[in-house]
Design a binder for this molecule. Structure first.
Ligand code: PGA
Length: 255
């Protein structure tokens, strides 16, 4: 399956930014601007604003989706402060990020924890967007593929290859996140091709269907050249998703 037959995804990861007012205004502005796009657009606000953002989304937009930034590996019970996949579904989510590098770093989430969260998301009926990426030191040591494919293999080992029928992979080099340094289109394409090849080793069909999106300082000015590459099926956008006009220009570049 070629890139043309995989519907691109642009996901806006707001991280821990904004306020209730900002969430309302930003969602309405994005909602009005995406009326005629062929991309799936996912807004990923902080947990407290999920229901509000869902309410502010134009209901006529079938390609306009809600996602969460994290979930618990547990389904319910005595886990103070955690949010289950079922709760996110109750709030209207269809997607959830797992293994974002900020959670791997700040919360010491291991590959095993990420795999457990991936499974929890799918048990709840959510589509996990599993984030993979190497640090600058790892890239400079020539370990990019080893690290990224190791993170992927850890999920495949636990969840099985069939689970990738209902998943998205985000390749996000850690050194490009929030730094203004973007991977060159060639650097990104090369890792995306390695990820797809690893999936193909397990299932030809799934490798053709699976969407692998890029994240790390994607901006309106560099979006088109990155998103047009063969194995890049969209973007996970941090900083530029906090401004409606920037985010919409990136969405347009994906179509
Ligand atoms: P950035 O963040 O676009 O601000 O680099 C991307 C991400 O962390 O998802």
């Amino acid at each position: 399956m070629s890139q043309q037959t995989r519907t691109p995804i642009i996901a806006g990861n707001w991280k821990m930014n904004g306020s209730a007012d900002m969430a309302q205004v930003l969602t309405e502005a994005v909602s009005q601007g995406i009326s005629s796009l062929d991309a799936e657009v996912v807004l990923i606000p902080p947990h407290p604003y999920l229901s509000m953002v869902r309410g502010a989304m134009a209901s006529s937009q079938t390609l306009f989706k809600l996602g969460a930034q994290d979930l618990s590996a547990h389904d319910q019970g005595a886990h103070t402060g955690e949010v289950s996949g079922a709760m996110l579904v109750d709030c209207g989510c269809q997607y959830v990020l797992v293994g974002h590098s900020e959670r791997r770093a700040d919360h010491h989430e291991s590959n095993q924890v990420v795999a457990a969260k991936f499974m929890a998301a799918q048990r709840a009926g959510l589509i996990p967007i599993v984030c993979l990426g190497e640090t600058l030191a790892q890239r400079e040591a020539g370990q990019t593929d080893e690290v990224v494919l190791g993170q992927l293999d850890a999920v495949i080992a636990v969840a099985g290859i069939q689970s990738f029928e209902r998943a998205v992979i985000a390749y996000e080099p850690v050194w490009a996140i929030g730094t203004g340094k973007t991977a060159t289109p060639d650097q990104a394409q090369s890792v995306h091709a390695s990820i797809r090849a690893r999936i193909r080793d397990n299932s030809d069909i799934i490798s053709g269907q699976l969407r692998v999106i890029y994240g790390g300082s994607v901006k309106p000015d560099n979006a088109e050249e990155i998103l047009s590459r063969e194995d890049i099926d969209g973007g996970l956008i941090g900083g530029a998703s906090l401004e409606a006009s920037s985010f919409l220009r990136i969405c347009q570049a994906a179509c």
